[in-house]
Design a binder for this molecule. Structure first.
Ligand SMILES: Cc1cc2nc3c(=O)[nH]c(=O)nc-3n(C[C@H](O)[C@H](O)[C@H](O)COP(=O)(O)O)c2cc1C
Length: 198
């Protein structure tokens, strides 16, 4: 079916993500996340989408790093997926909420033990003298939390959920005559859609 005729964005997004899993060499869930700093200067970096339901789009990070502080400062963010193999783009923007402690802990516990220790070891986005310092810090948390099944989630490590005020789907067309459709909440629990010029 022509995606520009769809009336609900999450099923469409899930289908496009499944398509991407078949053709992207790695990280089909990779997505650029844009934030602004206190001066309104934009910032952008990749994360991995780790949660998706009808509330929104979830990623996990250190809340004391640059992106964590910028999201917490504005409580707004935007995302851009680009699946080159499919010639597709999806953009998401909106206010942000912090996932529940239960949700964050459940996701944290699903990560590799060394990634869990790494979350303790990394003062994300802050200056690091040399790689040895990082390795020593990982070793420190290896000794502190030797049991793979008992590594607590750091209090500064959690997830953000973008609650979309807009979700835009883009599919490449011949000679730059692309198809674009943007979904916005209709205020009654459903979605309004609008086709846009490419
Ligand atoms: C494909 C890819 C996925 C990434 N996923 C995450 C992620 O889910 N969470 C995260 O904190 N950093 C992730 N990173 C690292 C970030 O891009 C970034 O370097 C780091 O979070 C620090 O960003 P900040 O200084 O803006 O906070 C990823 C990097 C790449 C290239």
């Amino acid at each position: 079916m022509d995606f520009t005729k769809r009336t609900e964005p999450y099923a469409l997004f899930s289908e496009w993500l499944e398509d991407a899993k078949e053709s992207e060499p790695n990280d089909p869930n990779a997505v650029a996340v844009a934030t602004v700093d206190a001066d309104g200067l934009p910032n952008v970096r990749m994360v991995l989408l780790k949660g998706l339901d009808e509330r929104g789009f979830v990623f996990y990070t250190n809340f004391e790093g640059t992106k964590g502080k910028e999201v917490l400062g504005a409580m707004k963010a935007a995302m851009c997926f680009h699946w080159k193999s499919r010639r597709r783009q999806v953009r998401v923007r909106g206010p942000v909420e912090i996932v529940s402690d239960e949700e964050a802990t459940a996701y944290f516990n699903s990560r590799h033990p060394q990634s869990r220790r790494g979350a303790w070891a990394s003062d994300q986005s802050r200056p690091l003298a040399d790689r040895e310092t990082l390795i020593e810090r990982v070793q420190h948390f290896q000794e502190k939390y030797p049991d793979d099944d008992n590594i607590p989630r750091p209090p500064h490590w959690s997830g953000f959920r973008i609650l979309p005020s807009e979700i835009e789907f883009w599919q490449d067309g011949d000679h730059r005559l692309h198809d674009r459709v943007v979904f916005t909440p209709d205020g009654q629990g459903g979605w309004a859609t609008q086709r846009l010029y490419p």
